[in-house]
Design a protein around this ligand. Structure first.
Ligand SMILES: Cc1cc2nc3c(=O)[nH]c(=O)nc-3n(C[C@H](O)[C@H](O)[C@H](O)COP(=O)(O)O)c2cc1C
Length: 405
């Protein structure tokens, strides 16, 4: 038995769900599901490869596993081959996701599905007619180009709220312990929250209350459809966009209090948007040294929360800073993404004492999403995971590109 504080369990106050330890596998897009450019009915269905990755992570002593982003609209993908829960899909999503969720939970982890909508950050290759809060176009970024979006009508917002409700209910019926709204990194809900992108003058734009209205309507719809005492509500939100006029840390602090009042039990803090280079935006030297990019924001927010739990994601790589963040009461959960693609048993091995830190990653920071995807795909095929601590392996891998982008 590990004596580390990281091995202590956490009970959520409303759903009563118990996370067996302090690790949260943050959402990572897998790009392992079905995709067809023309026939939308054939998009987003789980495959044996998608299942295989969660089978592996399910064995890894991860307190909470969050599925990679699940668009609720099959035309508003984060990327081709996303897993999708869209009410229009003709296939049975409950049956399709059940085995994946069961595999992830097989050894005691909690499982949460992350629901999203790409909005203006869906590449023009996937959707040449995207919608957003307003018509502010995303500049070319992350190797993609984007069409000018059209502002959503109120009828479309109503329909989107229903789509999120449907997707959450589907997750519940398929055995998930909870749902996470992806309101970070510049996707649609983040496009509503951001004063830089959201120029609406109706009930969904202007004040923070108005810009966040869509988020709270979605949570209300989920609570209407799924019992709160059996389903954990969560959100991933930017501590700040780090873009001029974007969502600020002050607004994050205010919204955290509103989220707790709405029954949200877990807030995961991240930061950045495509415009600012994604979740690397806050990667200053000082934050790299102390590992966690967003901990100073957590320190400000956590004292204002009564029972809602906080996860901080981005940069954690070794045991001592993780233990320090928990024992110092900065946060309740340590969010981990990239180390879990290099070492699916990273959390298990930290808890057992077999290791004290993650393997080095020699890939240039902006290419690390891509290299993690290579690793996820290797796991899905039970192949050897590319060792990114080896410069020789990195050189070959990044030259091949392997058509995953
Ligand atoms: C391959 C890959 C895919 C990602 N996909 C998502 C996603 O679907 N949803 C999300 O909220 N964040 C996504 N992220 C961001 C991570 O969840 C996390 O916030 C970020 O990697 C920082 O954590 P880390 O330093 O532990 O990697 C992704 C990151 C990677 C590397």
């Amino acid at each position: 038995m590990s004596t580390s504080i990281l091995a202590s369990s956490v009970t959520f106050p409303i759903s009563g769900k118990v996370a067996p330890n302090r690790f949260l596998k943050s959402a990572m897009t897998e790009r392992l599901c079905t995709y067809d450019k023309e026939n939308h009915d054939l998009r987003g269905k789980p495959t044996p490869e998608y299942l295989a990755v969660y089978e592996k992570w399910g064995q890894g002593s991860i307190g909470i596993i969050v599925l990679g982003n699940l668009p609720v609209d099959r035309t508003a993908l984060e990327a081709k081959k996303n897993a999708v829960i869209d009410k229009r899909s003709p296939w049975d999503a409950v049956a399709a996701f059940k085995p994946v969720i069961a595999a992830a939970k097989a050894h005691g982890s909690l499982l949460i599905g992350q629901l999203t909508h790409g909005g203006r950050q869906t590449s023009d290759d996937v959707n040449p007619h995207p919608v957003s809060s307003s018509d502010i176009q995303n500049p070319p970024s992350m190797g993609m180009t984007f069409a000018k979006p059209r502002p959503m009508t109120v009828a479309e917002i109503d329909d989107l709220v229903d789509s999120y409700g449907f997707a959450a209910e589907t997750l519940y019926k398929a055995g998930a312990d909870g749902v996470q709204l992806h309101a970070a990194h510049g996707y649609l809900l983040s496009q509503f929250l951001s004063g830089r992108v959201n120029k609406r003058t109706d009930d969904y734009g202007g004040s923070l209350e108005n810009r966040s209205r869509i988020v709270f309507r979605i949570f209300e719809e989920i609570k209407r459809r799924v019992p709160a005492n059996d389903f954990l509500l969560s959100i991933k939100i930017n501590s700040a966009d780090f873009a001029e006029g974007g969502f600020t840390d002050d607004e994050c602090g205010k919204i955290a209090i509103m989220l707790e009042a709405a029954g949200v039990e877990l807030i995961e803090l991240s930061g950045g948007t495509y415009e600012t280079g994604g979740y690397y935006s806050y990667r200053k030297d000082s934050t790299v040294k102390r590992e966690a990019f967003f901990i100073e924001f957590a320190d400000r927010i956590r004292p204002t929360l009564k029972s809602t739990k906080l996860a901080v994601t981005g940069g954690f790589r070794s045991k001592a800073p993780m233990e320090g963040a928990i024992s110092g009461k900065s946060c309740d959960f340590i969010g981990i993404a990239r180390p879990l693609t290099a070492e699916p048993f990273f959390c298990r091995d930290l808890l057992s004492g077999a290791i004290t830190e993650a393997k080095e990653n020699k890939v240039n920071a902006p290419d690390q999403t891509q290299s993690s995807l290579y690793q996820i795909h290797a796991i899905s095929e039970s192949k050897e995971i590319p060792d990114l601590s080896s410069q020789a392996v990195v050189d070959v891998l990044m030259k091949e590109k392997r058509g995953l982008a």
